[in-house]
Design a protein around this ligand. Structure first.
Ligand SMILES: [Zn+2]
Length: 379
């Protein structure tokens, strides 16, 4: 038996004029799976957590974030094979007159960002022999602190305070916050000198490095992660999955669908369990573009789900499909509501198509996201 988990990030939505994008889009392949399988809705964001893709995807994969989550930094460090005691996301940002004007440093190039990070290591990190900056992609970099701090500092993602005054959102609570503030202050002159795309660093999403429970031991399957973003690569590595590389992916609705679908089919030959996470539908949801979301869902149905269904033996596979969280175009951000899921490969229920509403009537009802892998492998 093979197992396939399809995660179209942010696909679930609210009604616009009585229908959700999923209900308007052409989704015959997802409907086929729902009709011949069974459905439910899953709570992928535990109470008290922000509806981020990190928390949601970990929950779907059976990792209890209440025990194993310490922030985005440590997960991204896994993706980049970076080790350390405490790891923070280090954005290059632009702050003007005390206001966060650009959390992404005008999409600074990787090479220019690396110049900034090198200079920060040479001129700033040197003063504290236990810290180091690491260059990532564009404005997304990391700071590693190898020291024994209480990591309970309060920080804020810079994309949440775009256009707002930063004063209320600077790191607070204790010694570590003091260190972060000092680093942010000292870095300003260095960043400003090296680039005109940014003038500061913003440290957030930090926590102690973590070790996830071993997925392979728990479920006796060899896993493969196929994704378009570092975050999912990090989660995959943390769980002990192999990581597939696909050329030409964009993380948008113009991505290399054929490459992703082919990698999935190939992965199912070499691995027991394949996760395919795609990003584009979430991106157009953040843009608030209903037409593009409907288009993105239709393309996903045809070029990912349809392409795969046409080429696999449906007798020998179990398929689960769900978005990690809803990203309603109306609010252009993630929400923590349950998402519809379909599960193909065991009994049927009466659900005839895949949507937010129809799945509520499925035989699983509302399930805790942490139970999804039990459904996948044991049901
Ligand atoms: Zn998103």
């Amino acid at each position: 038996m093979k197992y396939l988990l399809l995660v179209p990030d942010g696909m679930a939505d609210w009604e616009v004029n009585g229908k959700t994008p999923l209900e308007i889009a052409d989704t015959q392949n997802m409907d086929f799976l729902a009709k011949n399988g069974s459905c439910g809705i899953a709570k992928t964001i535990p109470d008290g957590f922000e509806p981020g893709s990190d928390v949601a995807n970990l929950t779907i994969l059976g990792v209890d974030v209440r025990k194993y989550y310490s922030g985005r930094g440590p997960i991204e460090a896994l993706a980049m094979d970076i080790k350390g005691d405490i790891i923070f996301r280090c954005n290059l940002v632009c702050i003007k007159d005390g206001v966060m004007v650009d959390y992404s440093a005008n999409r600074i190039s990787d090479s220019e960002a690396k110049k900034v990070i090198d200079a920060l290591n040479n001129e700033i990190a040197r003063k504290w022999n236990f810290i180091k900056f690491y260059a990532g992609k564009s404005y997304r970099n990391l700071l590693v602190i190898n020291a024994d701090y209480d990591a309970k500092v309060k920080t804020t993602p810079p994309h949440d305070i775009q256009g707002k005054r930063i004063d209320d959102y600077l790191p607070k609570n204790g010694d570590l916050a003091e260190l972060l503030l000092e680093l942010m202050e000292e870095s300003k002159k260095v960043v400003e000198r090296i680039t005109n795309k940014a003038n500061a660093i913003w440290l957030w999403g930090g926590g102690k490095s973590i070790k996830f429970p071993n997925f392979r031991e728990r479920w006796k399957v060899k896993g493969l992660m196929i994704s378009e973003v570092d975050l999912l690569e990090g989660i995959g590595k943390g769980l002990g999955f192999d990581i597939a590389k696909v050329d030409g992916i964009t993380g948008y609705i113009d991505t290399n669908y054929k490459g992703l679908a082919k990698a999935t089919l190939n992965g199912l030959k070499t691995h027991d369990f394949v996760v395919l996470h795609t990003e584009g539908i979430d991106e157009v949801s953040h843009e608030g573009d209903l037409e593009k979301k409907i288009e993105g869902i239709s393309i996903y149905d045809e070029k990912i789900v349809g392409y795969i269904l046409d080429r696999i033996n449906l007798e020998e596979i179990r398929i689960m499909l769900l978005p990690d969280h809803p990203t309603p175009v109306k609010v252009r951000t993630h929400v923590a509501e349950p998402v519809p899921f379909l599960f193909y490969g065991s009994k049927k229920d009466d659900v005839k198509f895949y949507s937010e509403k129809s799945c509520r009537k499925g035989r699983f009802g509302l399930v805790d996201g942490l139970k999804l892998m039990e459904i996948m492998f044991k049901f």
